[in-house]
Design a binder for this molecule. Structure first.
Ligand code: COA
Length: 303
């Protein structure tokens, strides 16, 4: 897949390959033994990216069977193979992006502006092809971030103004996710991985007009699967009172008073004994978003 798979399209000497496997994690070590370097998942959870550089470069995208990115990449490739006008438009866009020096710098933590600049074009082709597969992603491109913040701001009544730059949103422990139909975002999720065994669910919201259609449940299930893959043992949340049944039906229970570090808020901390030896390596003070003032209930789920 990628530009080298489309005859007549200018491309860097880097060959992008999808490998479809039964178990992505098990595939990493054998591929490393053949000279590939494991780079992680970038913006697509449950994808393993490995690269090899030499006279030609190779990017290997390891995906498990039925991962929606497989179909997406094949559709995009086949569309450009069949439509020379779209191919030439894409070539022109790539040339324009390359000509602008600023696109060679990283624009965000993961990608250079060149990569981000192709996003809207790819999105319009996917729209034309009718691609609507459900996708679990990290928001990366400007439109995805705009959708993320809009849904979070409009669906989550926190009792305080939503600040996109609040430290609880920008913290290095923050993991942000979106659930999309094709290129359209439906649900957003934010978890903080706090230490080796625990995580806090900071936000889960589905766009208005799309609630009660299964998006929130799927988002929660996928975030839990992602956390389990990182070896995280439990997920804590301070749920809005109205949302508690949503969580309780999905395995969350009220946080037991003896749960290590329970209710160890900055204000309550003075009255609490220090975390016990059973403290599971979590910075409990970080569990509490300082701006969260709406009535809530503390829930936890063992993963
Ligand atoms: C809470 C919230 C995230 C749930 O998201 P959602 O997308 O509506 O969740 P789901 O559709 O998966 O589940 C909601 C209900 O729809 C039902 N449902 C699931 N799939 C469905 C489908 N395909 N068709 C119809 N209903 C469905 C579920 O059974 C569930 O009902 P239940 O809780 O009685 O079991 C959403 O209501 C929301 O954004 N609320 C505002 C923000 C908020 O309160 N967030 C939580 C803060 S702690």
């Amino acid at each position: 897949m990628g530009s080298t798979s489309i005859p007549g399209l200018a491309a860097k000497p880097v060959i992008d390959i999808i490998a479809v496997v039964k178990n992505g994690e098990k595939a990493i070590a054998p591929l490393e033994n053949t000279g590939y370097t494991h780079r992680g998942e970038y913006n697509i959870p449950f994808k393993e990216v490995l690269t090899k550089r030499g006279q030609n470069g190779f990017n290997l995208h390891v995906l498990e069977q039925n991962h929606p990115e497989i179909e997406l990449n094949i559709l995009f490739r086949d569309h450009l193979r069949k439509h020379p006008s779209a191919r030439d438009q894409y070539a022109q866009l790539k040339a324009d992006l390359l000509a602008d020096e600023s696109n060679h710098q990283k624009n965000g933590p993961m990608f250079v502006g060149y990569t981000l600049g192709k996003h809207d074009f790819i999105g319009s082709i996917l729209h034309d092809t009718g691609y609507t597969r459900r996708r679990f992603l990290r928001p990366t491109h400007h439109q995805e971030w705009a959708d993320y913040h809009r849904i979070r701001q409009t669906s989550l009544p926190l009792g305080v103004a939503y600040d996109t730059n609040h430290p609880s949103v920008t913290a290095c422990t923050a993991q942000h996710f979106i659930l999309c139909d094709g290129i359209t975002t439906r649900s957003i999720g934010h978890i903080d991985v706090l230490g080796q065994s625990g995580a806090a669910l900071r936000a889960l919201a589905t766009d208005s007009g799309f609630q009660n259609q299964g998006y929130g449940s799927e988002m929660l299930t996928l975030m839990e699967k992602w956390l389990k893959k990182q070896g995280i043992l439990f997920l804590h949340t301070h749920s809005l009172l109205d949302a508690q049944w949503f969580y309780k039906k999905r395995g969350f229970v009220e946080l037991p008073p003896d749960f290590p570090g329970a209710r160890d808020t900055p204000t309550e901390r003075a009255d609490m004994s220090p975390c016990t030896p059973t403290d599971m390596g979590v910075d409990w003070s970080a569990l509490w978003a300082p701006s969260f003032s709406a009535p809530h209930i503390h829930l936890v789920k063992m993963l």
